[in-house]
Ligand binder design. Structure first.
Ligand code: LLP
Length: 415
């Protein structure tokens, strides 16, 4: 799934750098990303949108490492954030506040102040209460807050229920039927500037049809708002484009966008997108070393030095990540569960995989660039993995492996 991952003389390399050497240099477990793959993914969005006024706002939650953010900032990306912390990261990485959109149902007053002072592009407001609060906070600061309402178009994105967000029964966005009244309310509030409309229906989407359906609904609403004298300068269509983990066949970006662009043909609004996974997912892998082989009566286990605290997706969503031997196997293969050292039965990275491995061997867990490191934890007092970006023959450590001392530096025993 990673375009820059190749086997050379039986050894896996990323942008020409041998993974065993990276393991030697940086240790394991480590997340390794390819700058060329990041760049190619971003450029496929840019190319598909060429000739159309559009802004690609990378969804920071997918991978918020400053190294990754700096790559996208330099390519001209905007950013979709969901916290004040993510805003701080974007600015620290050289991103422009003027290209930041702020999503999320629970923005605090402090986060609103921080974002207003920084001068972000737009708040994607998700409730009536948030609209009132934002108006008050902007008023205190004496500024106008740019707003879009995130509407819930109630279409079924046909993805995992945990990551579908556009259906009626979930916490995101404002009900489609209420949107027009809320826009009128926004127009009456003194410290808001109505800028756009936003929707996001879910993640790991493999079919562009539901997004196009949502877009159609949104376009209709934009026209009804215009009848009310409320004009918008942009339409934010969210993120969600899926990637291939196993045998999925997601559309290429251009094919995903084609039906959407058709909906907006001849319209003047700038289009925003918030892709996360499709920009980073297949640009990264998790490199891990085998500590033990443990044959069992009904199952064989490969116990590795990465665990669910490093990559939570398998435990959380039963997500499938491809696992490959880093050095071409010479031993016989067997079927194994690949598990970590954490004391939970849910601590698996992969199940029932045929692998030819021995203690001390390296494994690469693929498609781990999105929602890998950002969802990691310190469960079991495990320091988080190092992160490395390879770029044309050079390896850059963009996050040092955490130390145990740092993990409890802010704690103290009760005296
Ligand atoms: N915009 C909004 C408002 C979102 O909620 C999300 C993702 C995105 C953009 C980016 O979506 P993407 O292009 O990455 O699909 N942890 C889950 C995925 C959660 C997605 C949450 N929202 C996973 O590991 O699969």
């Amino acid at each position: 799934p990673t375009p820059t991952l190749h086997a050379e003389n039986g050894v896996l390399t990323l942008e020409g750098l041998a993974l065993p050497e990276l393991a030697e240099q940086f240790g394991t477990p480590s997340y390794i990303y390819s700058k060329a793959a990041l760049t190619a993914a971003f450029e496929s969005w840019q190319q598909a949108l060429a000739g159309r006024r559009a802004l690609v706002c990378y969804a920071v939650k997918a991978n918020s490492n400053l190294g990754i953010l700096s790559v996208f900032a330099r390519l001209g990306a905007g950013f979709d954030i969901v916290s004040g912390g993510e805003l701080a990261r974007v600015l620290a990485a050289g991103g422009h506040a003027g290209k930041v959109v702020f999503s999320g149902v629970g923005k605090t007053r402090d986060e609103m102040r921080q974002a207003l002072k920084a001068g972000i592009r737009c708040f994607n407001v998700e409730s009536a209460a948030e609209l009132e609060r934002l108006d008050a906070v902007a008023g205190e600061l004496g500024v106008l807050a740019p707003v879009a309402l995130r509407v819930n178009p109630d279409v079924d994105p046909k993805t995992h229920p945990y990551i579908s967000t556009g259906l009626k029964g979930n916490k995101f966005g404002v009900a489609f039927a209420d949107a027009q009244a809320l826009y009128r309310r926004a127009a009456a509030l003194p410290n808001l500037r109505i800028s756009g409309i936003a929707c996001h229906i879910g993640s790991q989407l493999l079919d562009p049809a539901p997004v196009a359906e949502a877009a159609q609904k949104v376009a209709g609403l934009v026209d009804r708002l215009a009848d009310d004298g409320i004009t918008l300068d942009h339409i934010d269509l969210g993120g969600g484009l899926g990637i291939r983990y196993r045998d999925e066949a997601p559309p290429v970006v251009a094919d995903y966008l084609a039906p959407l662009l058709k909906v907006f043909e001849g319209r003047n609004e700038e289009l925003y997108f918030e892709p996360g996974r499709s920009l980073v997912g297949n640009a990264g892998l998790l490199l891990t070393r085998i500590e033990y082989l443990k044959p069992g009566e009904t199952k064989n286990f490969v116990i590795v030095d990465a665990a669910m605290n490093d990559l939570a997706r398998p435990a959380l969503y039963d997500a499938w990540h491809e696992v490959v031997e880093v050095v071409a196997p010479s031993t016989e293969s067997q079927v194994y569960d690949v598990v970590g050292p954490i004391c939970e039965s849910g601590d698996f990275l992969a199940r029932e995989r045929r692998l030819a491995v021995a203690e001390g061997d390296l494994l690469a867990i693929l498609s781990a660039g999105a929602y890998g490191m950002t969802m990691s934890s310190n469960y079991n007092t495990r320091p988080r993995a190092a992160e490395i970006i390879v770029d044309g023959g050079q390896a850059h450590l963009v996050r040092a492996r955490e130390t145990v001392a740092a993990l409890f530096a802010d704690e103290k025993p009760l005296s």
